[in-house]
Ligand binder design. Structure first.
Ligand SMILES: [Zn+2]
Ligand SMILES: [Zn+2]
Length: 352
């Protein structure tokens, strides 16, 4: 598992495709700008698409840069990997990687999966297979794919038809990746009236439904409380995503918390068996500590999720774990410490 950088030195050197992808992983994990990461991921795809003949010819001729999308930096990585050594840039990234959320390490070791991730079917940067392959490499037993719902057009949200196609693809992928399990899912928008942005029969088929507010974040307190309670009480909803909508840092700027009556919303979460998400993204850190503590006191359950939009971001779970530990959330109140079967049993129960 490549997340433990210092321990990996004894492993055989990766081939060119694996080396380029691992560079992508470390850059994403380190919160690098996506355009820097893209060059490496694109180069990996290009090399992966070559047939054996062409690979051999280019290895001998060392003319990788003739290929559109391969520049001097990616060519150097390919050449070093072809020579059977760990490319210098990859070795540097491995050596420079620091543990994420050290205070949460024990809890992180108990998490068996991630319940909120995105692929390039909506606004993520990588194909489903790469996201899930990385989740498995990080030691997860399962990972839910929760791409956006149709009305979030800026994020290329999935129509019912596209989501159905995605379910077929996941069924095939599950056959390949077993015993690792890709859980089907969605991050469904909570609409202005609290209803959900996808057909109820389709939501009923999914393993994990994360419901989040992405629009009208400045609704007044009563309206927002009503919207959220209505969504949380929906029998298909399993997790309430990034509940305050705040942004505390990063390229998108900052955004204040939405205004809602947290006691009423968390009581609905407890009553209807909807987990409160602890969103691990560094720019979200949502909910804030005081609300994690309130939800805990009120008897809610939690999901520590990454909301990853790239494979390397799947390793951000440590940030959320550190926050859960700081707020003294016990592991048995975190639904993704459970096995996939226990988790799916829990989602079927839906509250007391
Ligand atoms: Zn979201
Ligand atoms: Zn998301």
């Amino acid at each position: 598992m490549f997340a433990d950088a210092p321990e990996t030195t004894g492993r055989p050197a990766p081939g060119p495709v694996a080396a380029l992808r691992e560079i992508g992983f470390w850059l994403e994990r380190g919160r690098e700008q996506t355009h820097r990461v893209k060059a490496y991921r694109r180069a990996a795809d290009i090399v992966a698409g070559l047939d054996d003949d062409e690979l051999r010819r280019r290895r001998e001729a060392r003319n990788w840069q003739e290929l559109a999308g391969i520049g001097p930096k990616t060519a150097a990585v390919i050449e070093e990997a072809c020579a059977g050594v760990v490319p210098r840039y990859l070795a540097e990234l491995r050596a420079a990687a620091r543990p994420i959320g050290a205070a949460g390490a024990q809890l992180r070791a108990r998490l068996r999966g991630d319940l909120h991730t995105h692929s390039d079917w909506s606004d993520g940067g990588s194909p489903i297979a790469e996201m899930m392959g990385c989740a498995a490499a990080l030691g997860h037993e399962y990972c839910a794919l929760t791409d956006h719902s149709p009305r979030l057009t800026v994020a290329n949200g999935l129509s019912a038809q596209r989501l159905r196609r995605q379910l077929d693809m996941i069924a095939e992928l599950n056959a390949e990746l077993a015993p690792f399990r890709v859980l089907t899912g969605i991050e469904v928008d909570i609409l202005a009236d609290g209803s959900l942005d996808q057909d109820a029969d389709l939501l009923a088929e999914l393993d994990i439904v994360v419901a989040s507010v992405h629009s009208r974040l400045r609704d007044d307190r009563d309206t927002m409380t009503r919207r959220m309670v209505y969504a949380v009480a929906n029998p298909h909803v399993d997790v309430l995503g990034h509940c305050t909508g705040r942004l505390v840092e990063g390229g998108r700027g900052t955004r204040p918390e939405s205004d809602f009556d947290a006691e009423i919303v968390f009581e609905a979460c407890r009553r209807y068996g909807t987990a409160v998400e602890i969103n691990s993204r560094p720019e979200r850190q949502d909910p804030p500590d005081r609300l994690i503590r309130l939800a805990l006191e009120m008897g809610c359950e939690f999901a520590v999720d990454t909301d990853a939009h790239a494979p390397g971001q799947l390793d951000w779970q440590g940030y959320g774990c550190a926050r859960a530990v700081a707020c003294e959330v016990p592991p048995d109140r975190i639904i993704n410490t459970r096995s996939a079967d226990e988790l799916l049993e829990w989602t079927r129960l839906g509250g007391d």
